[in-house]
Design a protein around this ligand. Structure first.
Ligand SMILES: [Zn+2]
Ligand SMILES: [Zn+2]
Length: 213
């Protein structure tokens, strides 16, 4: 069985998710953009071992408490190398909002398209979907008795898509990523976006006003 907890964290209400293999209690934390105490509480409550701290991309709101989770729960920090410049610019991103932050904990594993990150008997498959940022990735997780899951970061939202006017963003690129890499997944795939309510690939193929199949 796969354990899944998703909740919105931080000033920008980024969806943070904790996925765990219920048999082995090995877990993945996705986008710890805030509320590390709540993350740690869940880790302790289920007696989880954090194997990975993975990021859909390196905007401030998705990496804000990566260091806190790393220091207090462990796990290998993973990010796509094309977003390293944003990760290294964490203090600058924070300064734009008048926030002072500690230096980031180093990335320990560069994500690459198509690889599988194992946690217990489960795995998160990496789909590189540039456009919102150059290193944006989605994570696909199969479930045996339920529809597959997709953690989509800020690439695909319910009836919307990620903005492309920030440094490194590009509309044609995000459009191609969504059309070729996401709309080709099974329509039942349940999508947990980086912000806002869940959706499915089928619903977005039918009704997303920004990217048509
Ligand atoms: Zn973003
Ligand atoms: Zn975001």
């Amino acid at each position: 069985m796969l354990l899944l907890e998703t909740f919105a964290v931080g000033a920008f209400q980024c969806n943070c998710s904790i996925l765990a293999c219920a048999d082995t209690k090995e877990a993945v934390v996705v986008d710890p953009g805030g509320e590390h105490l709540r993350i740690l509480e869940i880790v302790r409550h289920y007696d989880l071992t954090v194997k990975w701290i993975i990021h859909t991309h390196a905007h401030l709101d998705h990496i804000y408490e990566t260091r806190d989770v790393k220091e207090q729960a462990g796990g290998t920090i993973a990010l796509h190398p094309a977003d390293q410049f944003l990760y290294d610019g964490f203090a600058m991103q924070a300064a734009m909002f008048g926030w002072q932050v500690r230096p980031v904990a180093p990335v320990e594993h560069p994500l690459s398209d198509g690889e599988s990150l194992a946690f217990g008997k489960r795995a998160a498959r990496v789909i590189h979907t540039p456009g919102h940022t150059p290193g944006s990735c989605c994570f696909q997780v199969e479930r045996e008795s339920d529809d597959p899951l997709l953690l989509a970061g800020d690439t695909l939202f319910q009836r919307s898509i990620g903005r492309t006017d920030l440094p490194g963003g590009d509309f044609d690129t995000i459009e191609r990523s969504i059309r070729e890499r996401l709309y080709t997944l099974s329509p039942e795939t349940r999508v947990i976006p980086g912000h806002g309510p869940p959706t499915t690939i089928g619903d977005e193929r039918r009704s997303n006003p920004f990217v048509k199949p």
